[in-house]
Design a binder for this molecule. Structure first.
Ligand code: HEC
Length: 136
């Protein structure tokens, strides 16, 4: 009787453990790296367009050329370590306090995924703060 119970508990434990590792794997796959980098400064097209957008749409006038911010502006390299992609999109589109909304900025709206990918890559230390090229 008591042996049976122990066995059942053990089985349940193993079943739960493998379910949670499957779930963990699922999450890891869902959050796959949004950018590709090659030869140091070559990136995929969406990320490249994100970099252009960061410069052309004046994110850099506030957050700085290296995205590291300043006294009144958040360091986006730090922010992107905790912000989810949805939170990122929300603040960029809707704005917040002194951060202006960009939902009427066509270039930003169209390149939002690339903008996220570029900043995520910068935040991960995978993309340098230099001029970038497109992977051919
Ligand atoms: C006029 C200055 C200005 C411009 C231009 C600007 N930002 Fe911001 N941004 C801010 C300020 C100020 C904050 C902090 C808002 C707050 O206090 O809640 C902020 C916050 C953010 C955040 C949230 C950071 C966090 O830790 O929660 C992100 C992401 C962001 N900006 C991205 C961008 C991107 C991408 C662009 C270009 C499309 C951009 N910003 C353009 C001033 C600016």
């Amino acid at each position: 009787m008591s042996t049976k119970l122990t066995c059942r508990k053990l089985f349940l434990g193993v079943a739960l453990a493998s379910t949670s590792s499957l779930v963990a794997t699922g999450f890891a796959l869902a959050e796959e790296t949004p950018y590709t980098v090659k030869d140091g400064n070559k990136v995929d097209e969406a990320t490249y367009n994100g970099w252009k957008t960061y410069k052309r749409q004046r994110c850099e006038t506030c957050h700085g050329a290296t995205a590291e911010g300043g006294a009144a502006f958040p360091n986006l390299l730090t922010s992107l370590k905790t912000l989810t992609k949805d939170q990122f999109k929300q603040v960029v589109l809707e704005g917040r306090k002194n951060m202006p909304p960009h939902k009427n900025n066509k270039a930003v709206v169209e390149n939002l995924d690339g903008l996220y990918a570029y900043l995520k890559g910068r935040s991960d230390g995978a993309i340098p703060a230099t001029e970038l090229d497109k992977i051919q």
